[in-house]
Design a protein around this ligand. Structure first.
Ligand SMILES: Nc1ncnc2c1ncn2[C@@H]1O[C@H](COP(=O)(O)OP(=O)(O)OP(=O)(O)O)[C@@H](O)[C@H]1O
Ligand SMILES: [Mg+2]
Length: 344
């Protein structure tokens, strides 16, 4: 079954054909995702810079495309991977160059900031940008203008800039690896995408959504996954997050015989990941920092409150009811642990 044709088909599917990216394409429940939907709504009214942070496969590019389509659907969305090419090339990719500005520059070339017109330049893996280019990007963000490599004319930037990273940029700033002034310029609005393992309630709706997409593409009628698969999914760490879920489902659907995907349709699931430590601080509220130690009651309480806020879409009143405490007590605990949980 693993013919070249099939590999091609799978690759093609995973490459995302030119679908439209709308808010409806973002599956997410729970307070954290609700906040993110709110932010998407707000930034879609303006052209502010947005910094999207999250682990690999959490949907950073999807969110950027949705915001772009909300704001300027008829303009280009241009993604630039800042880690993929060497510094000098990246500079001419972004800013363009004049004819003869370096060996091989046989003609004037427009950069992405110009090509994007009134659309979006999406700077992916921004953490990998060299300090030299960081300085040049900062100027673009401050003055909204630049010069092409080897050129004297000043070019105006109309494009909106979004950036994404799966690194801890703030940490990199502290370590002096990323310019703090650029960080603050990019971080005007931040969207922090939670890893899939900390929003397990989204696994089932994601499966439904992804299966209907895959059914369309593959002309299949897969209705869901077996209980056994679901249980495995719910306990899995998902280091590759939603992309990993999507890839697993596509591969399973290609080979599946029945309408329900069973464990045998997922030969790769959890092969090496079951041993991965759970990094998320709320995933298991009883796991101590060091093995063999125990947590204090306060630590457990704090983690439990964070978990319930993060993983449900309950409002304050409902959470108090679930926890069996009064509203003032709840507020006091939020205060004590420095948990911010704002609702209108
Ligand atoms: N909330 C979501 N609902 C539905 N599909 C999603 C969601 N988040 C991500 N996806 C899908 O998962 C896949 C990976 O998303 P995307 O490429 O945006 O992730 P990423 O954060 O940019 O990953 P990487 O860091 O590896 O580049 C895409 O096919 C995307 O459509
Ligand atoms: Mg990406």
């Amino acid at each position: 079954l693993k013919s070249l044709e099939m590999e091609k088909k799978i690759d093609g599917l995973l490459m995302e054909p030119s679908r439209n990216f709308r808010v409806g394409d973002i599956i997410g429940t729970g307070n954290e995702m609700r906040e993110i939907f709110k932010t998407i709504g707000t930034v879609s009214q303006s052209r502010t810079t947005v910094l999207i942070q999250g682990e690999s496969g959490t949907g950073k590019e999807l969110i950027a495309k949705v915001i772009h389509n909300n704001t300027s659907p008829d303009e280009p969305f241009i993604a630039v991977n800042c880690s993929a090419i060497v510094d000098t090339l990246l500079e001419s990719e972004l800013f363009g160059h004049e004819k003869g500005s370096f060996t091989g520059a046989v003609a004037r070339k427009l950069g992405k900031f110009e090509l994007a017109r009134f659309g979006t330049v999406f700077l992916d893996e921004i953490s990998e940008m060299s300090v030299n280019l960081q300085a040049k990007l900062l100027r673009v963000l401050q003055e909204m203008e630049f010069e092409r490599v080897g050129g004297k004319d000043t070019v105006k930037v109309h494009a909106r800039i979004m950036a994404a990273t799966n690194k801890d940029l703030r940490g990199m700033v502290k370590e002096g690896k990323f310019r703090d002034d650029l960080y603050y310029r990019l971080n005007i609005v931040a969207i922090n995408l939670p890893p899939l393992r900390s929003r397990r309630q989204d696994i089932a709706p994601l499966i439904d959504y992804l299966l209907s997409k895959i059914n369309l593409d593959l002309h299949k009628k897969i209705v869901g996954v077996s209980g056994e698969v679901m249980e495995k999914f719910m306990n899995y760490v998902w280091p590759g997050n939603i992309r990993e879920l999507e890839n697993l489902l596509v591969r399973a659907c290609v080979v599946a015989k029945g309408q329900v995907l069973g464990v045998n349709d997922f030969p790769d699931l959890g092969k090496d990941s079951a041993i991965l430590p759970v990094k998320d601080d709320t995933a298991d509220i009883f796991t101590p920092e060091e093995p063999g130690k125990f947590l204090t009651l306060d630590q457990v309480e704090e983690r439990y409150i964070r978990k319930i806020i993060k993983e449900t879409d309950k409002n304050k009143g409902e959470i108090c009811e679930t926890l069996g405490i009064s509203r003032p007590t709840f507020e006091r605990k939020l205060d004590k642990y420095g948990i911010s949980f704002e609702q209108e």
